[in-house]
Design a protein around this ligand. Structure first.
Ligand code: ZN
Length: 498
């Protein structure tokens, strides 16, 4: 159909601009010299403006209106039908946002993220206050155009996780909290696993060697990806052919880099397995941040913190890092699953991790409904850490400034991590029903079986299914924390002899 071909050419122009922008972002985060920042921000702002103008143009409106007419719609193939339907929804949501507002957001978030890098190490929250205020104000103003009459925080949540709002999230999070707090309390009474021997001085070159090994083990395709180095690991992609990941090598501890490779690798594997037919339709990316996190956390935790995974791969770790030759695989397994309340989210164990997310969710909610002022954020942070985890940060670097999300403008993103854990539990339960115990799969070194199952049920669909549709079609259920609570209970009861 000629109309469809023309529309796809129009989409291609938008996609090219977004692609160039993503590469500039990657460059900015990985290798850009410090003084390159102004020119980068200029180019990125121009590209995203141009892309946004094209997307909200009269031409897009006309294409979508015509294609959505029943006579035209009936002639479209299945993928194009979904594309037109989804894009029409997105277009109707975005069409009223003033381009000026998008431009302001790009400038503020780029500057804020860059400023954060210095502010974090200087323990300087003051510098970030105007940025946070501006970002929140822009988010609220944007919501007034995209979701008029709705709660702005709900609009953000729905943006990252279609169909979610703060009420639903509060409910599912409290199910999870009720199911895991007793476990955390029981574990606190037991002796702490000693992982002090894990610290030392590790060469970057050895960590890079081990990173390459892990990428290969989980099946991250380096012909369609590359590994870079950043302060905060992330993945970004033009799926399925160019999906990149980053890590951060810590001199004193190999674990953060190793587990970030598994985590970001999980994100990337998801996108590398999206159906190639979705290229050029804008549906070739993960469907939501929650489903994305369910995949990254599946590789990081459900696979990467499993005993049988390390029974196979521990000898390679020992070969790369001689210090580990004196540590048994049993002790390593305990060390990577040691549960204790700590300050840094990305270094937290599987159980207390969710508390970090719940704290951020409650703080974001309060910032958006006006019950918490930005300037009071460090205090509110400390209070909640003390109340929920019993620990208190000594400074903002270990507290409110530890994560890039808020400086990067990503309010509403944090709940995705815990939703991802919850979805992951549901996927695991279903996978084991179909393929048998994951312990057996891992002891046989058959991660590719798991990836095939995830591809069949989740990866291949890209954005053609909503998160709720994926959960329903795969697990025959709605979102439910019970399976992940069961997984935590079984795993940690064994580890701690509860
Ligand atoms: Zn992630």
């Amino acid at each position: 159909m000629e109309l469809l071909t023309e529309f796809k050419e129009h989409l291609k122009e938008i996609e090219n601009l977004n692609h160039a922008n993503a590469i500039l972002y990657w460059d900015m985060q990985t290798v850009m010299p410090k003084n390159g920042i102004e020119a980068h921000i200029d180019s990125m702002t121009q590209l995203s403006n141009q892309s946004f103008k094209l997307w909200t143009s009269k031409a897009t409106d006309e294409f979508l209106t015509k294609l959505a007419e029943p006579t035209n719609m009936s002639q479209l193939d299945d993928i194009s039908k979904v594309m037109v339907k989804k894009l029409k929804e997105d277009f109707d949501r975005d069409k009223n946002i003033p381009p000026e507002l998008v431009k302001r957001r790009t400038i503020v978030t780029s500057k804020s993220e860059n400023e954060w890098k210095t502010a974090k190490y200087a323990n300087d929250f003051e510098t970030m206050i105007p940025y946070f205020e501006e970002i929140i104000s822009i988010a609220k103003e944007t919501a007034s155009y995209t979701n008029p009459g709705e709660d702005p925080y709900d609009a953000l949540l729905d943006h990252f996780e279609k169909g979610m709002d703060k009420e639903k999230i509060a409910k599912i999070f409290s199910q999870l909290r009720d199911g895991t707090v007793p476990l955390i309390e029981e574990i606190a009474k037991r002796a702490k696993f000693d992982d002090t021997r894990f610290n030392g001085e590790f060469q970057k070159i050895d960590q890079q060697k081990f990173a390459n090994y892990l990428m290969n083990v989980i099946g991250y395709d380096l012909d369609s990806g590359v590994l870079g180095e950043t302060e905060h690991p992330f993945s970004s992609g033009n799926a399925p052919f160019d999906v990149r990941i980053t890590t951060h090598y810590h001199k004193e501890d190999i674990r953060p880099s190793a587990f970030s490779i598994l985590h970001e690798g999980g994100h990337a594997i998801y996108e590398q397995h999206i159906n190639k037919d979705l290229v050029g339709t804008t549906l070739n990316s993960g469907t939501s941040m929650g489903i994305h996190e369910s995949q990254s956390r599946f590789y990081e935790n459900i696979i990467g913190r499993n005993k049988n995974f390390w029974n196979i791969h521990y000898s390679k770790l020992q070969e790369c890092f001689s210090q580990y030759q004196n540590i048994s695989v049993d002790d390593f397994y305990k060390g990577i699953n040691s549960v204790f309340p700590s300050l840094i989210r990305i270094e937290a164990d599987e159980l207390t991790y969710n508390m970090h997310v719940i704290i951020r969710f409650e703080l974001e909610k309060a910032l958006f409904d006006g019950t918490l002022a930005v300037k009071d954020l460090p205090t509110a942070w400390r209070d909640k850490m003390k109340a929920y985890l019993g620990v208190e940060p000594a400074n903002n670097k270990e507290g409110v400034l530890q994560d890039v999300h808020w400086p990067a403008g990503l309010f509403g993103y944090f709940p995705s991590y815990t939703l991802g854990n919850i979805y992951g539990g549901q996927f695991l339960e279903r996978l084991e029903k179909e393929l048998g115990s994951i312990d057996d799969i891992l002891v046989n070194n058959e991660i590719s079986k798991i990836t095939q199952w995830l591809t069949k049920n989740i990866h291949q669909y890209g954005k053609t299914k909503t998160p709720a549709e994926i959960i329903k079609d795969t697990c025959g259920a709605t979102v439910d924390a019970a399976p992940i609570i069961k997984y935590y209970t079984t795993k940690y009861s064994q580890l701690y002899n509860l």
